[in-house]
Design a protein around this ligand. Structure first.
Ligand SMILES: Cc1cc2nc3c(=O)[nH]c(=O)nc-3n(C[C@H](O)[C@H](O)[C@H](O)COP(=O)(O)OP(=O)(O)OC[C@H]3O[C@@H](n4cnc5c(N)ncnc54)[C@H](O)[C@@H]3O)c2cc1C
Length: 319
């Protein structure tokens, strides 16, 4: 059976990220999955069981003390070496910013075609992508080299399937070429207790209609009642209501949660580009003609200052 390499993204809190379990699930249609753990010594500790539960036949462990010191270049080198040594049928990588950069470098190193942000992979290697702000669904196949895919988060539900997860240690050398850019300092980002925006199952986003930074407390309270992440439209972040890192849309983050709640957001095409593959969309807007209602599965026409606290209260009462 053909081998498919899946790059493991590690969760700083321990274990593999959910995006890795999604990639393992998507990759299984292409062949027998080998999960690739690349990191500093000890990186693979604590990930084995989750990889075994999600179908990894092999766990390729590539650890080196310098591997985290030079951005992504050493990781791309390790993957390129594995592609040369093992001739896999494909490589699947989570579509994070780091994953996409590794995939691009890998494609150049191996002379391979690369499909980014795919939402599905078929058994014949055909990938599905959403293009032109969601207006077009594209089906593509790689015709050159080893197909490389990055899988958009939340596109695939992780499905457990037992795998042997036999551990194989991979020798690593970090070349001088990979040492061109050295990490000189790491600063731990202050994170909220809310889920990461691009990985959350539920996202509550606020727009210009929220009207102020202080009023975003309504959005946060609704999000917290649902265990959701908070997002924002560009108009909201440009107005200083919420930090730019939470912007959803064409020039912000792309999300695809089970439930997306758009509050005080009109539904401009550039906002839709980042959220329209959400499974269920709920809109709260005082304007019944707002374009977001064309996209929404459920809509509430009303003032968010009334609707949102009432919804938060009802949800809290049911918990
Ligand atoms: C190149 C480019 C890239 C862009 N990228 C992005 C992007 O990544 N993400 C993004 O979001 N936008 C992006 N935009 C901007 C986009 O075109 C819109 O301007 C923006 O999405 C509008 O944000 P909004 O819906 O919050 O604001 P508005 O369009 O002003 O809508 C506010 C909505 O709130 C409603 N409302 C007001 N008060 C209340 C109330 N009390 N209760 C209920 N509803 C209320 C109004 O009826 C209205 O529908 C981009 C634009 C360009 C040109």
């Amino acid at each position: 059976m053909a081998e498919v390499l899946v790059l493991v993204e590690l969760d700083p809190a321990g274990g593999p990220r959910k995006t890795t379990l999604e990639a393992l699930t998507a990759a299984r249609v292409l062949g027998e999955v080998s999960a690739v753990v690349i990191g500093a010594p000890g990186a693979a500790v604590g990930v084995h069981d989750a990889l075994a539960e999600h179908g990894a036949a092999t766990v390729l462990v590539a650890e080196h003390p310098e591997i985290e010191d030079y951005l992504v270049a050493p990781k791309a080198e390790v993957l390129a070496q594995l592609v040369a040594d093992r001739s896999p049928a494909a490589v699947v990588i989570p579509s994070s910013p780091e994953g996409k950069e590794i995939a691009g470098r890998l494609a150049i190193k191996t002379g391979s075609g690369f499909l980014t942000d795919v939402t599905e992979i078929a058994a014949d290697g055909t990938a599905t992508q959403v293009a032109f702000a969601g207006a077009t669904i594209v089906h593509s196949q790689v015709t050159v080299g080893t197909p490389i895919y990055t899988l958009r988060g939340n596109s695939v539900t992780p499905v457990p399937a037992p795998g042997a997860a036999t551990v194989v240690t991979v020798p690593v050398t970090v070349s001088e070429a990979a040492k061109a850019t050295r990490v000189v300092e790491r600063v731990v980002e202050q994170k909220s207790t809310r889920p990461e925006l691009t990985e959350a199952s539920i996202v509550v986003s606020g727009g210009r209609g929220v009207a102020s930074a202080a009023n975003f407390a309504l959005i946060e309270a609704l999000a917290d009642s649902l265990g959701a992440a908070v997002g924002a439209s560009r108009a909201a972040v440009d107005s200083g209501f919420y930090p730019h890192t939470f912007q959803v849309g064409q020039t912000g983050k792309t999300v695809s949660p089970q439930l997306y709640i758009a509050v005080g957001i009109s539904g401009a095409i550039q906002h839709r580009a980042g959220m329209q593959t959400s499974k269920t969309i709920v809109a709260v807007n005082k304007d019944a003609e707002a374009p977001i209602f064309e996209l929404a599965d459920f809509g509430v026409v009303g003032d968010l200052n009334t609707v949102v606290p009432a919804a938060t209260e009802q949800i809290a009462a049911r918990r």
